[in-house]
Ligand binder design. Structure first.
Ligand SMILES: Cc1cc2nc3c(=O)[nH]c(=O)nc-3n(C[C@H](O)[C@H](O)[C@H](O)COP(=O)(O)OP(=O)(O)OC[C@H]3O[C@@H](n4cnc5c(N)ncnc54)[C@H](O)[C@@H]3O)c2cc1C
Length: 305
């Protein structure tokens, strides 16, 4: 029996320890991503608050993956092993403190941007059109129209894999273009941003202008993951993709957007494998035509089917 037990033992203890919050085994993740593709989470966890999350990090034996609202994610068809952490109501605080605004990591960027405008704080307009959460914005250093998260972030609170909770300054986060130095399994729970006093009406008008420009240029109503590839220095990914003849290119139910060819689209029946194969085909063609090696901006996570 001893030998049998050894043979059947998993590499790690996969029993779920008691976790404070909502825990769902084998939870489909496709509904939680903009692409609407991908396999299940082994265990999906929505912690009640930061203390519960820190305790879970200490108790969980295995990999941990945070997700926001999946606007920059391609979850592969085989799903994600371990604990997938999706922050919810316990991380939705929003408060104005002078010229600063404190936001829970689950707050949508658009809501933060609007709250700043209502409080007469300018500088966060760029977040109005980014369809992710505050946690995802910090992790990705999200940005557009010449402003990035790092330009307005004061500090962020982070729970690390060992359960320690630390507040990191802007400099500590090691921001670069669409990048922070945070480990993949560290979880942002809250962030503080600095605004500049301005007239709320003027801020709201600027936000509306940015939204109009975005809707004209991007397929924002499609099942997409935003910009697929990072812009190479001194060039635009979309121009290279267009020059490589990839506008409208299809693999299965996946297509390079006709409207903005750095966006991939799921027409409804695509798998994650279709989207990833399409992206790799685009990379090959761009390399062949221009010599540029495009790098994925979209985070591809999980196992193939
Ligand atoms: C139509 C469209 C337009 C877009 N336009 C822009 C744009 O103009 N500029 C831009 O920068 N991006 C853009 N994006 C991409 C995307 O919205 C941003 O990258 C956003 O910041 C991702 O946030 P999210 O909450 O959806 O994160 P997810 O997509 O769920 O995750 C992205 C990454 O962040 C990590 N993450 C998520 N939450 C946390 C957390 N709490 N703690 C730690 N890590 C976390 C994940 O592990 C993953 O690595 C666009 C996407 C779409 C679909």
């Amino acid at each position: 029996m001893k030998g049998m037990a050894h043979a059947l033992s998993p590499a790690r203890d996969t029993a779920t320890p008691p976790l404070d919050g909502r825990v769902t085994a084998h939870a489909p993740l496709a509904p939680y991503t903009w692409f609407r593709v991908g396999g299940p989470a082994e265990t999906l966890y929505a912690p009640t608050d930061t203390a519960a999350l820190a305790q879970a990090m200490r108790a969980w034996n295995g990999p941990v993956t945070p997700i926001g609202i999946g606007s920059n994610l391609l979850v592969r068809d085989g799903g994600i092993d371990g604990l997938v952490v999706r922050l919810g109501r316990g991380f939705s605080g929003l408060s104005v403190e002078g010229t600063r605004i404190r936001a829970g990591a689950a707050i949508p960027d658009a809501k933060l941007s609007q709250a700043a405008a209502d409080a007469g704080l300018a500088g966060l307009e760029f977040l109005r059109g980014i369809p992710g959460t505050v946690g995802g914005a910090v992790r990705m250093n999200a940005g557009c129209h010449g402003t990035e998260t790092r330009d307005r972030l004061v500090e962020a609170t982070v729970v690390f894999r060992d359960g320690t909770t630390r507040t990191l300054s802007n400099a500590d986060l090691g921001f670069a273009y669409r990048h922070s130095d945070l480990p993949d399994d560290a979880i942002v729970t809250e962030a503080v941003f600095e605004g500049t006093p301005d007239d709320p009406t003027a801020i709201t008008t600027r936000m509306a202008e940015l939204m109009t420009a975005r809707e004209t240029a991007q397929p924002v109503r499609e099942k997409t993951g935003g910009s697929t590839f990072r812009n190479p220095q001194d060039d635009s990914a979309w121009k290279l993709i267009d020059a490589a003849g990839c506008r409208g290119l299809r693999v299965g139910g996946a297509q390079v957007s006709e409207k903005h060819c750095n966006f991939l689209i799921n027409h409804g029946e695509a798998t994650a494998a279709d989207l990833e194969t399409l992206g790799e085909t685009v990379r090959d063609r761009v390399r062949a035509t221009s010599g540029h090696d495009l790098h994925w901006e979209i985070k591809r996570i999980g196992r193939p089917a």
